[in-house]
Design a protein around this ligand. Structure first.
Ligand code: C2E
Ligand code: CA
Ligand code: CA
Ligand code: CA
Length: 380
């Protein structure tokens, strides 16, 4: 059914609009105001963004609601839409998506079909400032920002093929914070650069420790989309590699492609510079949102990581299985490594092997663990 909804939605978008899947049954539509405006909008002056966006949202809701027939069954779709508008470069795509998602939640709570983003509703903004002040202190302390490490393994031999660094913040008052709790604030602040530096330092130090123990697998570090629009980012990476005397080939940067089209040129350049310095690039969350086939064909990568949601649904859903199979075939054809994420069961493992998937990562093999435990896990 989701597939049908996605197809219907794809059929409704206009030139210049972008659509992506952002959750199990959630889609995001990104539209420049110019595209939103139609003949119904006032002809003079610049179209006013919010009313125009609301009009477009209502139009889509009407079109999506038209019942459809599936195998003789009549289905109608319930839709809730959250609208967020960006004015004059005020916020980035990630923030815009977050606001739209907040608006959707609010609409659902209010029982309305179309909701809008209200900054007063966004309680996290004061919280965010407090968190950022604490983060300054966290950089000074040396045991607050830490990594948990999770290997990926070869599905046939069970040998580790790489290890991913997942950041944790041991907050003095709030306890362990997951990246979801603090990364959005960091990504929108000046602290992103020192934060990324700390994560790279920790990851490369961990890799040096494995080398000392005779284990030579690469370390994967997750990169915020915003770093990819920072022209100084490749130099920051090269500097970190130099500090740790680590060859570039030992580092994999995991990226998700969720940047605006207008920034694509700079992202392409940053990625090209990174790859020519020998760093490997991995396309994370493959199959979701903006990370898809189009990204792989447009920019060269060394690895793709199939999003956990497909592994989750693979056994029951032919469509999810087809995405996995497609990724495996694409990888083989392009000579790109393929890793499936979030394997929790032996059935999922067997299904991946049957599909020819070369490697995988997930609780079934190994949970993320502190740096001092990983060497032992890798040597087993
Ligand atoms: P991701 O890169 O997709 O990472 C995979 C997430 O799934 C991790 O959550 C991991 O702990 C979790 N996971 C691994 N195996 C399984 C499994 O079998 N089942 C389930 N249910 N979950 C599994 P975590 O550590 O909370 O990280 C969330 C996200 O935060 C990451 O998603 C990544 O996008 C981001 N992130 C983590 N560390 C960093 C970092 O240092 N920098 C940046 N920019 N982002 C980071
Ligand atoms: Ca990742
Ligand atoms: Ca992922
Ligand atoms: Ca993710």
């Amino acid at each position: 059914v989701l597939r049908l909804i996605a197809d219907r939605l794809s059929g409704l978008i206009r030139d210049g609009e972008l659509i992506g899947r952002t959750g199990d049954d959630e889609f995001a539509l990104l539209a420049p105001v110019a595209t939103l405006a139609d003949s119904a909008a006032p002809a003079h002056g610049e179209p006013s963004p919010l009313p125009t966006a609301l009009r477009r949202a209502r139009e889509l809701v009407e079109q999506l609601r038209v019942p459809m027939e599936v195998a003789g069954v009549r289905l109608s779709i319930e839709v809730t839409v959250g609208v967020a508008v960006e004015r004059a470069g005020q916020c980035e795509v990630g923030e815009l998506l977050r606001r739209a998602s907040l608006a959707t939640t609010r609409a659902r709570e209010l029982g309305v079909t179309v909701g809008t983003y209200d900054s007063g509703q966004d309680a996290s903004s004061t919280d965010r400032l407090a968190l950022l002040a604490d983060l300054q202190d966290a950089f000074a302390a040396d045991d607050q920002i830490m990594l948990h490490l999770q290997p990926a393994v070869d599905l046939v031999t069970s040998e580790p093929t790489g290890v991913e660094a997942l950041v944790r913040w041991r907050h003095p008052r709030r306890g362990y914070l997951s990246p979801a709790e603090f990364l959005p604030a960091v990504e929108r602040s000046e602290l992103l650069i020192p934060f990324t530096r700390r994560v790279l330092d920790l990851a490369l130090a961990a890799a040096a420790d494995w080398t000392a123990n005779g284990i030579d697998v690469p370390v994967s570090v997750n990169v915020s989309a915003r770093s990819l629009t920072d022209p100084t980012f490749p130099a920051q990476v090269t500097e970190a590699l130099r500090r740790h005397r680590t060859p570039a080939s030992r580092l994999v940067l995991e990226i998700t492609e969720s940047v605006a089209v207008s920034e694509q040129e700079i992202v392409d350049e940053v990625l090209a510079r990174l790859r020519s310095s020998g760093v490997q690039v991995s396309l994370d969350d493959f199959g979701t949102g903006f990370s898809s086939l189009a990204s792989v064909t447009r920019m060269p990568v060394d690895e793709i990581k199939i999003d956990r949601s497909f592994v989750d649904e693979m056994i029951d859903s032919a469509a999810a299985g087809a995405v996995v199979r497609g990724a495996v075939e694409l990888g083989a054809r392009l000579g790109v490594r393929v890793v499936a994420e979030g394997i929790e069961t032996i059935e999922q493992r067997a299904a991946l092997i049957a599909l020819g998937c070369p490697s995988a990562q997930g609780y079934h093999f190994c949970k993320p663990m502190p740096a001092d435990k990983i060497v032992q896990a890798l040597s087993q």
